[in-house]
Design a protein around this ligand. Structure first.
Ligand SMILES: Nc1nc2c(c(=O)[nH]1)N[C@H]1C(S)=C(S)[C@@H](COP(=O)(O)O)O[C@H]1N2
Ligand SMILES: [Mo]
Length: 540
């Protein structure tokens, strides 16, 4: 296309190429805003020790997570599994890029509304930061500075874009066509790209600085773990050596992780305290050293997430070391009208646990160690709750700092107003590990094929597991040893005279109260999935 055949651009009719440059200007301004804010926020939290969230990215993400409806949460966990946080990050990056690009284009045409839109996005970020738990006015500084600098950069870049004459790269071959302002498409591209890169670098640096900044777990290492007054061991007969069969104890590195924390809280045990408040005779506050001085016990407890789908892997078993919660509650003196404990973590998340589950004789623990190691940061260092028999969302508070003794009609845990039941006893469930869906099994010399899996009905125990191959009769599986009713139980089933070809297998468990899992399938919301896990496979 030739410059000569086109009308001279007027103030309302600009050359097309400028739109793209303006979009780039918007993206660069947005990236710089975030880069600056994230670096400042990292410094803010580690130097000033702010307990709040000053990072605009974390704040917006956190505010979004807090408002996620149950169906979206289910879908995200089903689609992305424990990579749901990464997916959220990618989604946010795409959205922000598009919004900033549009703002750039708008600002090129109409300066006032464009800058206004930029300010509005900045205000949304500020509002998100301010809405986070434990956040004060000072936490707004990184984002506010970022927005001011980003806004200026946007104006400055737009001036360069406006100075670019139509004709683009060609003009560089004709000295006479050089733009009077001295900016060329190329120079604006370089500037925009460079500033975007700088901003992205800042965002990355912010994340690195804020996670690497503070060393944790030093206190645990210095103080050492308490020696349990009661230990547990896993009998050999609780685990199988079948390839693909879940191990009785899940390694800390492999243990599922579910929480609303976009960045794992790094809590310094030296400054940690746990307060018991609410309907108690006297408030009690203990330090980490106080806690370690108490008589700890070991317990095997299987945690389960209410979002676990039938056959899913949001379930894991570990050996926990902790002090029974009932001892601490007794010290505070629970008043008779109380029926719930609202436990709160450093990041403001809460769980509402029926008080009986914390005061009866089960091993409800203030846990400090998992499988013989201080709690990993992801699993709640320095201290978390572990309560046999209840889904994690109503019991397993990580980074716990407060136990408020209260009533179900006065308080509710984090997930309750978001569409989940106030009470969450774990439903009896069973899963097939071998074969995997679509898997292929080799029969042994006498034509037997071995199936294997796991079943759980925490605090009740597993009495029976049955499998059904194709349309055959239900057959009883062999149950491995069950050292405690608070943890899952592994099972195996040797299918004799397996015929080669395609098959389907289903599993169902019966708990020690005699209740068999229902076939009726239910989604995780509001109180846990139900149905029989079914797997298609082939026998060679
Ligand atoms: N502070 C905090 N604790 C929390 C959560 C959370 O979002 N924040 N999620 C709970 C849920 S829903 C589950 S299933 C368990 C998971 O514990 P894990 O990540 O150690 O497996 O932690 C519970 N404790
Ligand atoms: Mo959960």
């Amino acid at each position: 296309m030739s410059v000569l055949t086109r009308p001279e651009p007027t103030s309302t009719q600009r050359p097309q190429g400028r739109g793209l440059l303006a979009a780039l200007a918007g993206i660069a301004a947005g990236a710089l805003t975030l880069g600056l804010a994230e670096v400042l926020a990292a410094v803010w939290t580690s130097w000033l020790g702010s307990a709040g969230t000053s990072s605009p990215l974390l704040a917006v993400g956190g505010a979004f997570v807090d408002r996620t409806p149950p169906w979206l949460k289910d879908w995200a966990i089903e689609t992305f599994g424990t990579a749901d946080k990464l997916a959220l990050g990618v989604g946010m990056a795409i959205t922000l890029t598009v919004v900033c690009a549009l703002i750039g284009v708008l600002a090129l045409r109409r300066r006032g509304p464009g800058i206004g839109a930029f300010a509005v996005v900045g205000l949304v970020g500020l509002a998100a930061v301010y809405s986070r738990p434990a956040t004060g006015l000072l936490d707004l500084v990184p984002t506010a500075l970022g927005v001011v600098v980003g806004g200026r950069v946007l104006l400055w870049l737009l001036d360069r874009v406006a100075g670019v004459r139509d004709g683009g790269p060609r003009s560089s071959h004709h000295p006479s066509a050089a733009p009077p302002s001295g900016s060329t498409r190329r120079s604006v591209l370089l500037l925009g790209g460079g500033l975007t890169g700088l901003g992205v670098l800042g965002v990355v640096a912010g994340q690195v600085l804020s996670t690497a900044g503070r060393a944790v777990q030093r206190t645990a290492e210095a103080l050492g773990l308490p020696t349990p007054t009661r230990t547990v061991s896993v009998p050999e007969g609780a685990t199988s050596d079948i390839t693909g069969h879940t191990p009785y104890l899940v390694d800390n590195e492999d243990f599922y992780r579910i929480d609303t924390a976009l960045r794992v809280p790094r809590v310094d045990a030296a400054g940690w305290t746990l307060r018991v408040t609410g309907l108690v005779d006297q408030e009690v506050e203990i330090t980490y050293a106080d806690l370690l001085a108490e008589e700890h016990v070991e317990a095997l407890v299987t945690l389960t997430c209410v979002s676990n789908q039938v056959g899913g892997d949001l379930v894991g078993n570990a050996r926990w070391l902790g002090w029974p919660v009932r001892e601490l509650l007794a010290r505070a003196g629970v008043q008779p009208e109380a029926d719930m404990v609202l436990s709160r973590s450093t990041d403001g998340w809460t769980a509402g646990t029926p008080i009986e589950a914390l005061t009866d004789d089960r091993d409800a623990l203030l846990a400090v160690a998992m499988n013989g190691e201080p709690l990993p940061a992801e699993h709640g260092y320095p201290v978390r709750l572990v309560v046999p028999g209840l889904y994690g969302y109503v019991s397993a508070t990580k980074w716990v700092t407060e136990l408020k003794v209260t009533r179900f009609d006065a308080d509710e845990g984090y997930w309750t107003p978001r569409g989940w039941s106030a009470r969450g006893p774990i439903k009896t469930a069973s899963r097939i590990d071998v074969p995997r869906s679509g898997g292929r099994l080799e029969p042994d010399a006498d034509g037997t094929v071995v199936l294997a899996g796991v079943a759980w009905a925490q605090h009740r125990g597993i009495e029976r597991v049955e499998v059904q191959v194709d349309d055959g009769d239900w057959q009883e599986a062999t149950l491995l040893e069950e050292p405690t009713v608070d943890a899952w139980r592994l099972w195996t089933y040797a299918w004799p005279e397996a015929t080669s070809g395609d098959h389907q297998v289903r599993v169902r468990a019966t708990d020690a109260d005699g209740q068999t899992q229902t076939e009726e399938s239910a989604a995780p919301a509001p109180n846990g999935a139900s149905g029989w896990h079914t797997v298609d496979f082939t026998v060679a």
